[in-house]
Design a protein around this ligand. Structure first.
Ligand code: PLP
Length: 400
């Protein structure tokens, strides 16, 4: 990957570039699971959020959004700043979008004032997913014509996602998570309905405008200077994902996520996500028992073991740390990560049960990759394995 990124930058108006452009755009469609256009911006994920809104909506349009966590809240703030009228359904940051609330909001909207429903597939701040297929089912059940916009910034390439099958109109993504790249690329996958909406949408747009992008992309080019070296990396990342096969990639993350949860349960700590059907396979947020400060645990682990865990964002500051298990990740990386956490908890005097690492290792030894036992009823859920170690009483158990 680093070698791919380090290749010399070529003329982005020349024929070699056009081949690169066409190749990444075609492979991206396979990862988004769409036959429609995917556009690439030289931007962070926030830019791709903005592109999804300004291309499809007009000033004063109503957007239905859900407070599932920090990133859903930031997307709401952006929509408000752009002059949209946001209905923001409050949430406790431990659940995804509630399908019943969604259905009743849409059914009550007899004037069809709601022009878009915008949800975050995987809340990176909480480790909670929203079941996007269920969101689409409720929109269809309410016979509501709103567009469906979905943020997959921390799920694409890690958790099963089907833009076309789930009837998503705009999928927002970024390069720096499941696509394993440095930050700097933002993506929109676009349905025909969203493209049609963009022809009459009146929010101001220039840099983010889909029209010149989709026009020039047809021949592999971009309307302005693309991030050529990141596109080299993207070609490599897409090759890696498609070579492994998306079902295997998703199963790998499901297995590492379940092993992580086995560790958390083994430590007798709390997983922030409240509903097992909504567990994230990209990351796990772990609640640190008060009065202990999660950021002190993180800082200790960084200082002692040079390992950086995710911090608690927004109202979770100091309350949780987040273990990432997405991207190019394997069993021994996870074993090292969990060992660092267990040592850090111990050094900081957090009350926990030793043995979480052993529980995870037991799980990883039994649940071999491709094991039929990993095929649970939900794409977000692997079956539970009982750990012999965590089931034993441990003399080192320091939970009072
Ligand atoms: C789910 C989600 N949405 C949006 C963003 C914002 O993306 P960026 O920081 O790349 O602008 C992030 C960043 O981590 C994210 O995790």
């Amino acid at each position: 990957m680093l070698r791919a990124l380090a290749q010399p930058t070529i003329d982005h108006r020349g024929p070699t570039f056009a081949a690169l452009g066409r190749e990444v755009l075609e492979r991206l469609q396979r990862v988004f699971q769409t036959s429609g256009p995917v556009v690439i911006y030289p931007s962070s994920g926030t830019g791709a959020w903005e592109a999804s809104l300004v291309n499809t909506l007009s000033p004063g349009d109503t957007v239905l959004m859900f407070e599932t966590g920090h990133f859903a809240t930031l997307w709401r703030d952006m929509a408000v700043r752009l002059g949209l009228n946001v209905e923001f359904v409050p949430g406790d940051w431990r659940h995804g979008v509630d399908p019943d609330i969604l259905h009743s909001r849409l059914a009550d909207d007899r004037e069809r004032a709601i022009k878009a429903v915008a949800v975050v597939h995987n809340e990176t701040s909480t480790g909670v997913t929203t079941l996007v297929g269920e969101v689409r089912r409720q929109m269809t059940a309410a016979n509501h014509p709103a567009l469906l916009l979905v943020d997959t910034i921390s799920s694409l390439g890690s958790i099963e996602y089907c833009h076309d099958e789930w009837g998503v109109d705009v999928t927002v993504a970024g390069s720096q998570k499941g696509l394993m790249l440095p930050p700097g690329l933002g993506f929109n996958a676009i349905s025909e309905k969203a493209l049609a909406a963009s022809r009459s949408a009146r929010l101001p747009k220039a840099y983010w405008d889909w029209q010149p992008m989709t026009r020039d992309n047809k021949s592999g080019f971009f309307p302005y200077t693309p991030a050529t070296n990141l596109l080299y990396g993207l070609r490599e990342a897409l090759e890696m994902l498609l070579e492994e096969g998306l079902p295997r990639v998703f199963a790998r993350h499901a297995r590492h996520a379940e092993a992580t949860r086995q560790a958390v349960r083994g430590w007798r700590l709390e997983i922030l996500a409240a509903n097992p059907l909504e567990y994230s396979n990209s990351l796990t947020a772990v609640v640190v028992p008060q009065p202990h400060d999660a950021d002190r645990v993180r800082q200790t682990i960084l200082d002692r073991f040079d390992m950086s865990l995710g911090t608690g964002l927004g109202k979770l500051k100091g309350r949780v740390f987040r273990i990432g298990h997405l991207g190019d990740f394997n069993d021994l990386m996870l074993a090292g990560t969990l060992s660092g956490v267990e040592m850090g908890l111990s050094i900081c005097g957090v009350p926990f049960n030793r043995g979480g690492v052993m529980a995870a290792l037991d799980y990883l030894s039994v649940a071999t990759p491709g094991s039929p036992r990993l095929t649970g009823p939900s794409p977000h859920r692997a079956p539970e394995f009982t750990s012999q170690v965590s089931a034993q009483s441990d003399p080192r158990d320091n939970v009072g």
